[in-house]
Design a protein around this ligand. Structure first.
Ligand SMILES: [Zn+2]
Length: 426
């Protein structure tokens, strides 16, 4: 009897300070169930379903008492994407007319007139070069650019041209021309139809007490695949995305609740639900541009934590483990708790580059994704059957508590992970 009383006496106050009880399974389930309900229609970017989900997340932020980012008067971080459609192209190279099919335009302008005198950057992609790498570099250029590429890359150009159908507002124009020799003079005239498509991330913050200019980001993506009758099974056409990534979004909201209750953050905590992950990571990319990367001390991106990891309960993995010492810091903080975070066991799948952490990681930020998904055997991944009934809500709440515990030193400003050496990235 006595012994038990003493134990209670010791453990009860510690538990109270921990505030870990804030991350309850009931509350975790309520949020997860709402986000993955049929009412949200699979949360596809540019649909009413995702708008509803965004409103729900914003209302949760309001209830928690999060502040808005910067001068914003809304939790919705709204921006537009541009869908251009090239309607006419006329072009000459060294005075000779060329087939418009040899030209691929990536531009948000309605009318384009370019010659060697227009001040465009001029680039080339040689035969034998890695076309995809070069294309990616050109597409992220900050200047209007014309790219002459060797005709051996035409098939690849067609493939990526079909994918790159969505652009940012103010994105520089990049024009690709299949020409084996760089011409000394050229002229290109084109007209385009432009459609503006609005979309929003949802962002809230808890300002830091003494290091307000040092940011720690917690995030998950709230978009998913929507409704499709493809592969329809049991009359279910709604892709609820309960694990991908209502689970990560739920975790992010629960962590906001937790850190607000704990009220000990010296750094500013940013909570973000990203849109448009599934169609190219556009939400995270726009979000990342709102920060000076040097001021972002860490990013915890959370993806698919609703099922048991390959090691069983109370364990998860961290992508890009060897890129910074953030994983070691988190591991150390979990010592003796019964939780374990491992390095990503699926390095071949390049998960570090495939989620919303990648944009900030490419700018040097220790930005990692935490997940439990068994990428070699997750039967509901990108299927209509990814529903809350397939999730282990008890384990999921435990994983969220583990993230909360592991991050406390970073949140308190006592621990600072090393930066990503961007020269090691592919
Ligand atoms: Zn996902």
């Amino acid at each position: 009897m006595k012994k038990l009383l003493v134990l209670l006496f010791i453990s009860a106050p510690a538990f109270g300070q921990d505030k870990l009880e804030v991350i309850s399974m009931e509350e975790t389930r309520r949020i997860e169930a709402t986000l993955s309900s049929d009412e949200m229609q699979g949360r596809r970017t540019f649909t009413l379903g995702i708008e509803k989900a965004g409103q729900f997340i914003a209302a949760e932020f309001e209830k928690i008492g999060l502040k808005k980012l910067g001068n914003s008067n809304s939790y919705l971080q709204s921006f537009a994407m541009i869908r251009p459609k090239t309607t006419a192209v006329k072009a000459t190279m060294n005075g000779n007319t060329i087939d418009p099919k040899k030209i691929s335009i990536s531009s948000v302008e309605k009318s384009i007139t370019v010659s060697e005198k227009s001040g465009y950057e001029i680039a080339t992609i040689a035969r034998g070069a890695n076309f995809i790498n070069e294309w990616r570099k050109m597409m992220t250029s900050t200047k209007n650019t014309i790219v002459f590429f060797d005709s051996t890359h035409e098939t690849m150009m067609m493939r990526v041209g079909q994918r790159g159908g969505q652009l940012y507002q103010n994105q520089p124009s990049v024009i690709f021309v299949s020409q084996n020799e760089k011409p000394s003079s050229f002229s290109i005239e084109a007209t385009q139809e432009i459609t503006e498509m609005p979309l929003s991330n949802v962002v809230g913050i808890i300002p830091g007490k003494s290091k307000a200019n040092e940011y720690v980001i917690f995030s998950g993506h709230y978009d998913h695949l929507g409704i499709s009758s493809r592969n329809m099974k049991d009359n279910d056409s709604i892709y609820n995305g309960a694990n991908d990534d209502a689970a990560g979004t739920t975790a992010m909201i629960m962590l906001a609740k937790y850190y607000k209750a704990l009220n000990q953050n010296e750094r500013t905590l940013v909570f973000a639900a990203f849109t448009a992950e599934e169609i190219g990571g556009f939400g995270a990319t726009y979000f990342s541009k709102q920060f000076d990367p040097k001021q972002v001390m860490a990013m915890f991106n959370i993806e698919m934590i609703g099922t048991e990891s390959k090691w069983g309960k109370n364990s998860a993995y961290i992508t890009g483990f060897d890129k910074t010492n953030m994983g070691e810091i988190l591991q150390k903080n979990l010592e003796g708790t019964g939780f374990m975070f491992h390095p990503d066991p699926y390095p071949d799948q390049q998960l570090f580059y495939r989620s919303d952490n990648a944009t900030l990681a490419r700018l040097g930020v220790p930005a990692h994704t935490i997940s439990t998904a068994k990428m070699d055997q997750e039967p509901h991944y990108h299927k209509a059957s990814d529903e809350i009934g397939t999730l282990d809500m008890d384990n999921m709440s435990s994983i969220i508590r583990a993230i909360a515990l592991s991050a406390r030193g970073i949140v308190a400003g006592k621990e600072t992970p090393s930066r990503v050496d961007t020269s090691t990235l592919r």
